[in-house]
Design a binder for this molecule. Structure first.
Ligand code: KG4
Length: 351
């Protein structure tokens, strides 16, 4: 079986061709980073307009690289939830048009489940049941993943997502967008022990939720002081912090360590509570080298099996849409009334 998968949940226009042995015949990702850089974050309207311009060339290129024609396909899969409404609509409309024109079945893919399924694809063997930790720009969710498509939320962020916190702290430190890779890069030169930021909710062992908003504010207070409304970016860029003994690198390293402590602490708690012995981590933040190293240390210390996809399958891509194979195998396809499911999927258990 040959599947064309389409991904336009946020700011990457992506298409891939995969088969039912989960072999990747092609993967094309058109990044919009350059368009959003000057705003320091994704501007939804710009994202959806860029998807409109890019979706057909990206699909064409994916088919060409895979050396397949539309007539060779057995189905079209599309990530229809969660994400930005305007962005999701572009991918879904393109997928529906192809299905209608070529008389192909349409299959829906959940983007977050796809993030975990990336571990199945790259691991080359079954990873279910597992604990799934999705850490991206819009999500920080923990799930019990019984099967590739049967996810039960265990917890999640009650405010900012981890990637969002990375992006905002990068902006605070005058680092370029996207913030996660910038913070990671500069943190390599810093000393995380120079400052200790809070680890919100980490001590609350009753819940598997995260909170990164206050941590971001703690960085801000350290950089510009309390009671100030505006941030004078140029002075921050020049490194003249309120606390002159601190450098951007030390702050970035200390912030990164605090985020990682929270993510790993709750993942370990989820493993302890459920008795599951496998952890699958996905999403853009899983591309962070320090996080990956700390996860490996945690897996070795606690004796669980860890799956983290290669970097190209952590940040947004269409390969993970191969999760649709699981629905196809179960005989499940969608009709053309399929809609988008926009907005973040909040798994936080409010308590
Ligand atoms: O999964 P993703 O590509 O897009 C969605 O949010 O759906 O994740 C993007 C997020 C951004 O917040 C970005 O700053 C973060 O992942 N990110 C990283 C790294 N690479 C990307 N965060 C920390 N370290 C990284 N190396």
């Amino acid at each position: 079986m040959l599947l064309l998968t389409i991904e336009t949940t946020c700011d990457e226009t992506a298409a891939a061709v995969v088969n039912d042995r989960l072999e990747v015949l092609s993967s094309v990702v058109a990044s919009q980073d350059a368009l959003h850089r000057r705003f320091g974050g994704v501007v939804p309207e710009i994202a959806s307009r860029a998807h409109v311009e890019r979706i057909l060339p990206v699909i064409d290129e994916a088919l060409r690289k895979a050396k397949v024609k539309l007539a060779d396909l057995d189905a079209v899969a599309v990530a229809n939830t969660p994400g930005l409404a305007g962005s999701l609509l572009v991918g879904l409309t393109a997928a529906k048009a192809l299905c209608l024109a070529c008389d192909l079945p349409l299959v829906a893919a959940n983007h977050l489940q796809g993030n975990i399924y990336a571990c199945r694809i790259s691991g080359c063997r079954d990873v279910f049941p597992c604990i799934g930790l999705v850490v991206s720009g819009g999500h920080s969710n923990l799930y019990c993943c019984e099967t590739p498509t049967d996810f039960t939320p265990l917890g999640g962020t009650i405010d900012d997502a981890a990637g969002e916190a990375f992006d905002k702290v990068a902006s605070l430190l005058g680092l370029p967008y996207p913030g996660g890779p910038s913070v990671e890069r500069i943190a390599r030169e810093g000393d995380a022990r120079k400052h200790r930021f809070p680890r919100p909710l980490l001590d609350d062992t009753d819940r598997l939720d995260f909170s990164f908003s206050g941590l971001k504010t703690a960085v801000r207070y350290l950089v510009v002081g309390t009671g100030k409304l505006g941030i004078e970016s140029p002075s921050v860029k020049a490194g003249s912090f309120k606390n002159a003994h601190l450098t951007s690198a030390d702050i970035a390293a200390a912030f990164q360590e605090a985020v990682i402590d929270c993510l790993i602490g709750k993942a370990e708690l989820a493993i302890e509570r459920t008795g599951y012995r496998t952890l699958c981590v996905g999403g853009g933040v899983a591309a962070n080298g320090r996080f990956r190293k700390r996860l490996e240390e945690s897996a070795a210390a606690k004796g669980y099996e860890l799956f983290v996809p290669p970097l190209s399958l952590c940040t947004d891509n269409a390969v993970m849409g191969a999760i649709a194979i699981e629905r196809l195998r179960a005989g499940k396809t969608e009709d053309l009334s399929l809609d988008i499911g926009p907005g973040p999927e909040r798994a936080a258990v409010q308590g």
